[in-house]
Design a protein around this ligand. Structure first.
Ligand SMILES: [Zn+2]
Length: 298
């Protein structure tokens, strides 16, 4: 008498209430309930493995709402978020060449095309001019997914162009660094960018303009050894890994075991390498405050 029918199966009165049918609502049959339904794309947090929708994540500037982990942000997302308004993107005319005809497991031009397809960017550095709270600024950001944010000639070109524009128009220069270092496929030419960017940063300083570096996870190699460590102020995001050589290489060289939190932003702050660790939610305000102070803005 009290038996309920669900999914073609006869359920006994002892069936938990959660499994019983609701009058007026047709229970999906088994075939239907197994079918995939459309869901919004989600992003998995690398720390707590929470699945968060892309929309929710981007509203929270890619900070995990569950555990506060700062996930990697795409360079374009980063600059569009940083500026209230972007007025111009610079350096799109530069294209990398392959003077060494470098081939590792794949030829360099092929690797380049793959990176362009994967990221939708033409190179590993984006340079944009825009306004933050009504102040004109120049900002560059590394795209880590583009060949590890490696610094080749085009990255150097764009950086120099951004710095020269900053000098010309008397703008502060902000750099969001995230890189594995120099681009080995360009050999010596890539290493030259360390000297080139360092020289242009000195020009920015000689012009009395602030150069602020925001270190985002991870910053290594030739980028740490040049433009990422030459700022007037060094800000890092929580838990960012910052170093020159990686842990394994150092361990092999000094023959010692290195423990966490070695090379983490928090460790570097304690040892005076960086000035401040700033939560991503407070980053725009912090950068604005520093620029306003350094440039005597009202
Ligand atoms: Zn998380």
């Amino acid at each position: 008498m009290n038996q309920v029918v669900k999914s073609g199966k006869v359920l006994s009165p002892t069936t938990p209430w959660t499994d019983r049918s609701v009058p007026g609502i047709q229970a999906p049959d088994e075939q239907q309930s197994l079918k995939a339904t459309f869901t919004e794309p989600t992003i998995e947090c690398s720390e707590c493995h929470a699945l968060v929708t892309r929309t929710a994540m981007s509203f929270n500037v890619f900070v995990c709402p569950q555990c506060d982990e700062h996930l990697r942000m795409k360079a374009r997302d980063r600059l569009n978020w940083f500026f209230d308004q972007v007025t111009e993107e610079l350096g799109l005319e530069f294209a990398a060449k392959d003077p060494l005809h470098f081939t590792d497991s794949k030829p360099y031009p092929e690797r380049m095309k793959e990176a362009q397809k994967k990221t939708g960017e033409t190179e590993a550095l984006l340079a944009m001019q825009g306004q933050l709270k009504g102040v004109n600024m120049m900002a560059v950001a590394f795209e880590f997914d583009f060949m590890g944010g490696s610094m080749g000639t085009v990255v150097g070109d764009r950086f120099v162009q951004a710095a020269e524009r900053a000098i010309e128009q008397r703008l502060p220069l902000i750099c969001f660094a995230s890189s594995g270092g120099a681009r080995m496929q360009e050999g010596m030419l890539s290493l030259m960018q360390m000297a080139r960017t360092s020289a242009v940063i000195q020009k920015v300083k000689n012009a009395g303009l602030p150069y602020i570096v925001v270190l985002t996870h991870p910053v290594y190699g030739g980028v740490t050894a040049s433009l990422a460590m030459l700022g007037d102020v060094h800000i890092a995001e929580p838990k960012a890994m910052i170093g020159f050589a990686g842990k394994r290489v150092i361990e092999q060289t000094v023959r010692e075991t290195l423990q966490e939190p070695f090379q983490r932003a928090e460790f570097l702050l304690d040892h005076g390498v960086i000035d401040q660790i700033v939560h991503r939610h407070a980053l725009r305000d912090t950068v604005y405050r520093i620029v306003a102070k350094l440039m005597n803005l009202p």
